[in-house]
Design a binder for this molecule. Structure first.
Ligand SMILES: O=C(O)CCC(=O)C(=O)O
Ligand SMILES: [Fe+2]
Length: 200
């Protein structure tokens, strides 16, 4: 997939209901605590009729650990919107691309934290909800470091190559993050509609 892309991050068009998306995410965070120690809330489920509170944590990072133990659990099994999110701008954002998104999560990063360097099975689409300039996606092998501002733009992020996100600020950072499969349609969409933030 890399061969199609000049850089790992492409800025995509603005989501036109961004302010409502921010409001709906803030409301959700008030109602559903980031209580699993993983700082993630699941927005998509395996079972479309599951409206239990467990669903909010079903696809969070712990599942990835399980996934290494049970490789048959793929990210794309989380394909159904949590029924409690019907009618929200989260639903609208997930449906705003001409292709499916999976395993959508709200991801909180506390101040002065980062992930270990890792690769994911599929790329991601990010839309920053609350961020600041000291939050950066880092690609050590190519020495690329990019901040994604909360301007309403989504970002295609190639997370299949080694990366980390760092929050080197003193404030919480929240992104809405979903998995995308790099099909021909998706690659063409990114190349046709995406722009590079840094040209070099
Ligand atoms: O921004 C985040 O919290 C997740 C970053 C990351 O590792 C990813 O998107 O794959
Ligand atoms: Fe990642």
């Amino acid at each position: 997939m890399q061969e199609y892309f000049k850089r790992p991050i492409y800025k995509l068009p603005v989501f036109n209901n961004f302010q409502k998306l921010v409001d709906d995410c803030n409301q959700l965070i008030k109602e559903v605590p980031f209580k699993n120690g993983l700082n993630q809330i699941s927005l998509q489920l395996k079972d479309p009729s599951d409206d239990s509170d467990k669903g909010w944590y079903e696809s969070t990072g712990g599942q990835i650990v399980n996934k290494q133990m049970f490789p048959s659990v793929f990210e794309d099994v989380y394909s159904h919107l949590n029924p409690k999110l019907k009618g929200t701008a989260i639903e609208e954002w997930l449906n705003s691309f001409g292709f499916s998104l999976f395993r959508a999560r709200l991801m909180l990063m506390y101040p002065r934290t980062c992930y270990s360097i890792h690769k994911d099975p599929y790329p991601r689409i990010h839309i920053p909800i609350i961020t600041n300039m000291w939050c950066m996606m880092c690609y050590p092998e190519s020495k690329i470091m990019e901040h994604m501002p909360a301007t309403g733009n989504s970002y295609f992020v190639n997370t299949t190559i080694p990366h980390t996100m760092m929050n080197a600020s003193t404030l919480n950072r929240i992104h809405l993050v979903a998995v995308v499969k790099p099909t021909k349609d998706v690659i063409n969409y990114v190349l046709d509609n995406g722009v590079l933030q840094t040209q070099d």
